[in-house]
Ligand binder design. Structure first.
Ligand SMILES: Nc1ncnc2c1ncn2[C@@H]1O[C@H](COP(=O)(O)OP(=O)(O)OP(=O)(O)O)[C@@H](O)[C@H]1O
Ligand SMILES: [Mg+2]
Length: 228
């Protein structure tokens, strides 16, 4: 973890700092240990309270793009509006991910347990060992058992009314269980495109396990007769 090497994306804006402060005041964690991951829309940090670790996902308000553009827009009165909208968007994503995590936790358990949500920041179980996150499925050995486990989870989520909508070998951490992470895109089964997204999730599962020479006929047959 290198705070030193990261610059632009780790410059916290005031609202993010305030949200972190609120969580610290509540005693959720008292130390930010470092950066776990820098994604397109969010950064994930490891935080701790003594020996207890949590993952803190912070949806970025100011993207790199935004930073690049800001100098040209400084005189523009609309900049305030842009900032406002960026925060609202970040907060909406965090809120959605938090709610999806709560429901997914009820339905399948094997997701990071969500603890707190404050604006654009969510706090959840840290899934890893010795400050190192479990590997993404992409970087793990997999078996037919893993396939059946994940296929079962996707079906249970669907039956419970939830679609991940960004399911892939990148958004699964393999530890003692196969944990499904990254729920910001998740949506209700009742949403307009839910069936399409669900089918795409299952197709991603099939594609990955096929590449790893696992027999995926159960899922192929399921999709072939899938009626929603
Ligand atoms: N609860 C967690 N425990 C441990 N590590 C985590 C946790 N949540 C996320 N991570 C780590 O951070 C990475 C990115 O998490 P996530 O996919 O939720 O964020 P993201 O912003 O969507 O990133 P990307 O844009 O790269 O998909 C994960 O691959 C994992 O290594
Ligand atoms: Mg991801």
């Amino acid at each position: 973890m290198h705070w030193e090497n990261e610059t632009e994306n780790l410059v916290f804006d005031k609202r993010t700092l305030l949200n972190i402060a609120k969580l610290m005041r509540k005693g959720i964690f008292d130390k930010m240990e470092g950066l776990i991951s820098q994604g397109k829309e969010a950064n994930v940090f490891l935080a701790s309270q003594g020996n207890n670790y949590v993952a803190v996902k912070i949806y970025r308000i100011e993207t790199t793009n935004f930073h690049n553009r800001i100098k040209y827009l400084l005189q523009d009165p609309r900049i305030k509006k842009v900032k406002h909208t960026q925060y609202d968007l970040a907060r909406a994503y965090a809120s959605r991910e938090f709610k999806n995590l709560q429901l997914a936790y009820e339905l399948i358990k094997d997701v990071p347990r969500p603890f707190y949500h404050e604006g654009n920041v969510i706090v959840m179980d840290f899934l890893g060992e010795e400050k190192v996150p479990y590997p993404q499925l992409l970087n793990a050995d997999v078996s037919k058992e893993d396939f059946l486990d994940l296929f079962g989870k996707l079906k249970r989520l669907w039956e419970g009314g939830l679609v991940h909508a960004d399911f892939s070998e990148y958004n699964i951490l393999k530890g003692p269980k196969n944990y499904i992470i990254d729920w910001g895109q998740g949506l209700s089964k009742k949403s307009e495109m839910a069936q399409e997204y669900f089918k795409r999730d299952v197709e991603n599962l099939i594609r990955f396990f096929k590449k790893r020479d696992v027999d995926v006929s159960e899922a192929e047959e399921y999709l072939a007769t899938f009626k929603g």
